[in-house]
Design a protein around this ligand. Structure first.
Ligand SMILES: Nc1ncnc2c1ncn2[C@@H]1O[C@H](COP(=O)(O)OP(=O)(O)O)[C@@H](O)[C@H]1O
Ligand SMILES: [Mg+2]
Length: 330
């Protein structure tokens, strides 16, 4: 078979290290010991398993653990009995309700599974009203379904839902844990690495293992990982994110753009000055943009940041102005 054929036959699992190294057993999950111990107990009695709420920062194992539970309790055909939904992607609770209802309503008693499982990611992005509707759906369907709700902040989930769930708090992964884990990946992939490069990987990605592994894979060059290659790759990835943010802003998707901004600032720890610098290069290269207007605005916000204004507020205001930077001709 030629190379192209071989590559297209490879699954995502083989190509992407985040997937290839996604734990399939509870004991392979890095840290989260308290969570893992409690879950081991709960799944011993599948029929008594409560709804669950997983809270914690990105890239710490929430989805991974939910999928392990699905595999353990629902067996070989787990995919048929598991519905994975992303609450913030769906157009409102109506779609969620329809999909959950169809899924939960179909009960095949001939198979021996304790329940159907609904994994609802980004549940904290749902509005208060949507969550109230969700709570009702959870009640109506609880005979044959269990929910695992996933969120970053449990405080954003309405109390009546919280009180119906067993809550599990995932912790940000420590430096030692992250470095040990990526060392193992490097050995397995026969990557020669500089110790300093691993430390830098942790510093840039601050405990988000998805980001760490993605950055690691992208930084490896001819079987070698160096500090320089990590710095270079992190810059490129930052640029890709800012580009995505600009596209959303230009298309009038302010909320999506803002989400990326907040993620870069608070989770990836990119500094406000770095974001502004990248934004400058991107806007001034973009043919759809009135460069004169863009330069003025960039200078204005640069000044405000130097004066010590709140970076998140200022940059949010800046992205709200991007749509108006479109040049008349475009
Ligand atoms: N605790 C962990 N132990 C091992 N790998 C992890 C852990 N957390 C995240 N990962 C890695 O990061 C990827 C994304 O993890 P995921 O569980 O989807 O994170 P999230 O908490 O955002 O749902 C996984 O595929 C896995 O490679
Ligand atoms: Mg997840």
């Amino acid at each position: 078979m030629d190379l192209i054929g071989r590559v297209s036959n490879m699954s995502m699992e083989e190509l992407m290290w985040v997937e290839k190294y996604r734990p399939k057993e509870l004991d392979e999950v890095v840290n989260q010991r308290e969570v893992i111990e409690r879950i081991k107990l709960l799944i011993q009695r599948p029929h008594e398993m409560p709804h669950m709420l997983f809270a914690g920062p990105p890239g710490t194992g929430k989805t991974t653990v939910a999928l392990i539970i699905a595999r353990k309790l629902l067996g070989e055909g787990w995919r048929n009995y598991t519905l994975e939904l992303n609450a913030s992607d769906e157009r409102g609770i109506k779609t969620v309700r329809e999909r959950i209802k169809t899924f939960a309503g179909y009960v095949d008693r001939s198979v021996d599974i304790p329940f159907r499982l609904i994994i609802l990611d980004e549940a904290d992005e749902m509005t208060h009203d949507a969550q109230t509707a969700l709570r009702r759906i959870m009640e109506e369907s609880s005979k044959y379904t269990r929910f695992i709700l996933i969120c970053n902040y449990s405080s954003q989930i309405i109390e009546p839902i919280q009180s119906r769930c067993a809550i599990f708090r995932f912790q940000s992964l420590s430096k030692e844990d992250v470095i040990e884990h990526i060392k193992r990946i490097c050995r397995n992939e026969k990557v020669e690495f500089e110790e300093e490069a691993l430390e830098l990987l942790y510093e840039i990605t601050s405990g988000d293992l998805r980001y760490t592994i993605n950055l690691l894979q992208a930084s490896v060059n001819k079987g070698r990982l160096t500090k320089e290659s990590v710095i270079k790759q992190a810059g490129l990835m930052g640029e890709a994110k800012v580009k995505e943010m600009v596209e959303h802003a230009l298309n009038g998707n302010f909320n999506e753009a803002r989400k990326i901004l907040v993620e870069m600032l608070n989770i990836n720890g990119v500094s406000e000055n770095e974001i502004l610098r990248i934004l400058g290069t991107i806007l001034l290269r973009d043919k759809r943009i009135d460069h004169g207007k863009a330069a003025k605005i960039l200078a204005e916000y640069d000044y405000r940041l130097v004066q010590g204004a709140n970076p998140e507020i200022q940059l949010t205001a800046l992205i709200s102005e991007i749509e108006e930077l479109k040049s008349e001709r475009s």
